[in-house]
Design a protein around this ligand. Structure first.
Ligand code: MN
Length: 728
């Protein structure tokens, strides 16, 4: 028998042994189609190509996937690597299978795209396909797993590249889907190529005294089982070794000693009901001494990927700590197979269908990606959103929110509700005021202070503070919705300015539109207005885009027959200058107020011609101005500006307040401001060590004099030491 025949037989045996009702005929048809299509192709190892799809299908049988999914797995590389059209597959195998095959098929080379962008476009496509049918991603994970298992035949560059991608994208996806077996193997295989030395070191250490450890664990297992039987519980107990990458993370990233890792070996106890889990925990804590702070109740607070179990680390008489995990069978299936348990145990277990809930994050990533700053961002979003560690934070009412590690107040506020985030003016952690970029930690009680004022609104700066794509998405969508007209106008003006500056111009509206079409497509926008608006609300960063637009433009111009040079660039009708500042010699120019000194009408001001963001207005005595004037390269970019008569224009400015800490201070400040009808945009602060507090408030004012009045009023509040305008 040839190798292929053997493997084929093995697959058939696996299907029959699975005890499931597979459509063997259909699966055989898929096998034959793939075998014919890949005929003559070989893998890097020199083996016939068909070995790969068979191996992928076998992984999926173990996961318990269904017939259509196995058909798609067998044919998963047929469209990409052979001339077989997807229509032929749909005709023979039906829509479901065809959708899956199409979903795992990579996009063909995209012109104008960098390697990173191609990668993220492909990930994006995969996630979209996954929304349609989640089996797509399960096939993709099995595909990647087999490729990683056979990675030694690839070049070292390819090994590293694929391993990194696996570590950054596929393992996190497997984690989020709760398929821990695949996740751990992917991580271990990637680590082997990414840090061969570190990998080997851990493997060697695990071998040392392995027998002693195994014997120790077996003894403990017997003791626990014996005691539980006394209580009439017949548990299923087994031991497991932590994955190499799991240890690696603790040793190399967590800075722990190998010996300090208590869960190197864990004992798992599986029972039938939740109550039994808690009972067993009690018995265990009676038998052994539990280590403080090592008990985790993931039953009442499941991890974001729905993992549930009780974890505790105990220490025996000889002083050896070890971890015990207690769970029900259902929790066990969810932990091992995650989303795949949906297929594997569909028949056996009565459970509410959690598929939708499990996939909410995919939709969120895709949504946020539509507004993301660039195609690369999807990979970044996956990295943060899917990071393995979560923190659990409480609302004052005791509700728990789980957020990725590193999440800030902004993330928490938006995790509660968009309305809470959008109206946030500050926050307290365990009763103390904290700045909005404060990173929340497990166990903290976070209270978001909101304002009912119509002026309460998110701040664009929050986009930088937010870690989760959920929060960023919600902030962007606020700007998108609330300020669409403004965004379009601003975005359009910005684009025109950039085109002008870069000497990009078009002879006709048609030429402009056809040039723009490619850009729209690339950013998944339907209309020019959508594109302008995205620039306006910061969804598209022109500064990143312009170099490539320039290249494309040059390329286009060089291939175009020479015509009369156009003299007048395309200029759109003027927009009224609403900023209240006139820039000498330039009409209708974009004006931004510098964040460093927040100038107000009445201040002596000066303008700086920025690269790509119009003129930024500073106070003349701003430190940045004084420093920049010393730089000969920047001197020439300063320009005279002056205030024009304005009314009804509001300016933001930030006040730094220093005060003796006391209860009710924050309330007094809010009341004073609201009595003066001053809108608050942001309220944050921190307690200093010497019994004083520092508070930062961003408010709207009508100008310098108005602000001075406000400062005077605030200074009179009891225990306030000083009120200063920030950015002097
Ligand atoms: Mn493949």
């Amino acid at each position: 028998m040839t190798q292929v025949q053997e493997l084929h037989e093995e697959l058939l045996k696996k299907l029959k042994d699975s005890g499931r009702n597979y459509n063997l005929e259909k699966i055989e048809d898929a096998y034959r189609l793939a075998d014919t299509a890949h005929a003559g192709q070989t893998r890097k190892s020199g083996e016939p190509y068909i070995i790969h799809p068979i191996a992928v299908a076998m992984i999926l049988v173990d996961l318990g996937m269904d017939s259509d999914c196995l058909c798609a797995a067998l044919m998963h590389d047929v469209v990409e690597d052979t001339k077989t059209p997807i229509e032929a597959i749909e005709k023979q195998f039906g829509k479901d299978t065809a959708v899956m095959v199409a979903g795992v098929t990579k996009l063909t080379q995209l012109p104008l795209f960098t390697k990173e962008e191609q990668q993220s476009e492909n990930v994006r496509k995969m996630l979209l396909a996954m929304c349609e049918d989640v089996r797509v991603i399960i096939i993709k994970l099995a595909d990647r797993l087999h490729n990683m298992r056979t990675m030694s035949y690839q070049t070292p560059e390819k090994q590293r590249e694929k391993s990194l991608e696996t570590m950054e994208i596929y393992a996190p996806i497997a984690h989020r889907l709760g398929i821990s077996a695949i996740k751990e193997e992917l991580e271990d295989l990637s680590l082997k190529f990414l840090d061969p030395v570190g990998y080997q070191e851990i493997e060697d250490k695990l071998q040392l005294e392995k027998e002693d450890r195994v014997r120790f664990l077996q003894e403990m297992q017997d003791r626990v089982a014996g005691r539980l039987r006394e209580y009439g519980i017949e548990p299923h107990i087994y031991g497991r070794v932590k994955s190499i990458y799991g240890i690696y993370r603790k040793v190399y990233m967590g800075g722990k000693d190998f010996e300090e890792i208590f869960d190197l070996y864990a004992m798992r106890i599986i029972v039938n009901t939740d109550i039994e889990c808690y009972n067993i925990l009690g018995i265990i804590h009676e038998m052994f001494h539990p280590l403080p702070n090592r008990f985790k109740d993931y039953i009442s607070t499941p991890k974001a990927n729905m993992y549930q179990s009780l974890h505790t680390t105990v220490i025996d008489k000889e002083g050896i700590p070890f971890e015990i995990q207690i769970r029900t069978w259902e929790m066990h299936y969810t932990a091992e197979y995650g989303i795949a348990a949906h297929w594997k145990y569909k028949a056996g277990i009565q459970r509410k269908d959690k598929l939708e809930e499990r996939l909410a994050w995919v939709r969120q990533i895709i949504e946020s990606q539509q507004d993301a700053e660039g195609a690369e961002d999807i990979v970044k979003n996956i990295k943060t959103d899917l990071s393995a560690d979560d923190v659990f934070v409480y609302t004052p009412k005791g509700d728990v929110k789980s957020l990725p590690n590193g999440s800030t107040i902004v993330d928490f506020a938006y995790a509660i509700h968009s309305a809470v985030g959008n109206r946030m003016i500050g926050a307290k952690v365990n009763g103390r005021i904290v700045p909005l970029d404060y990173q929340v930690k497990t166990g903290e009680i976070v209270e978001i202070m909101t304002s009912k004022s119509a002026n309460a609104a998110p701040n664009r700066g929050w986009l930088q503070i937010a870690k989760t794509s959920e929060a960023r998405n919600k902030i962007r969508s606020w700007f998108k919705k609330e300020r669409r007209e403004e965004n379009i106008a601003e975005g359009k003006a910005e684009l025109e300015r950039e085109f002008k500056r870069n000497l990009i111009h078009f002879d006709s509206e048609d030429e402009y539109e056809s040039f723009m079409e490619g850009l729209l497509k690339k950013h998944h926008k339907d209309t020019l207005d959508d594109f302008y608006a995205a620039i306006g609300y910061g969804g598209i960063l022109l500064s990143r885009l312009i170099p490539r637009i320039k290249d494309e433009y040059t390329r286009l111009m060089n291939t175009k027959p020479a015509t009369e040079p156009a003299i007048v660039p395309v200029v759109q009708p003027q927009k009224r200058n609403k900023s209240g500042v006139e820039v000498e010699g330039i009409d209708n120019c974009l004006v931004k107020f510098a964040q460093c000194c927040n100038p107000l009408p009445g201040d002596d001001i000066i303008g700086f011609i920025t690269r790509g963001y119009g003129v930024s207005i500073h106070k003349q005595d701003c430190v940045n101005v004084i420093n920049s004037m010393k730089d000969p390269e920047q001197q020439g970019r300063w320009i005279h500006v002056h205030w024009t008569a304005t009314d009804a224009v509001n300016f933001r400015s930030t006040l730094n307040i220093l005060a003796h800490s006391r209860d009710g201070l924050v309330a007094d400040i809010s009341v004073a401001l609201s009595n003066m009808r001053v809108p608050i945009h942001e309220f944050s602060g921190k307690d200093l060590k010497n019994g004083t507090s520092e508070i930062f408030i961003t408010i709207s004012t009508q100008g310098k004099e108005h602000l001075e009045t406000i400062i005077e009023k605030l200074s009179k509040i009891r225990s306030i030491i000083s009120v200063e305008r920030s950015g002097k």
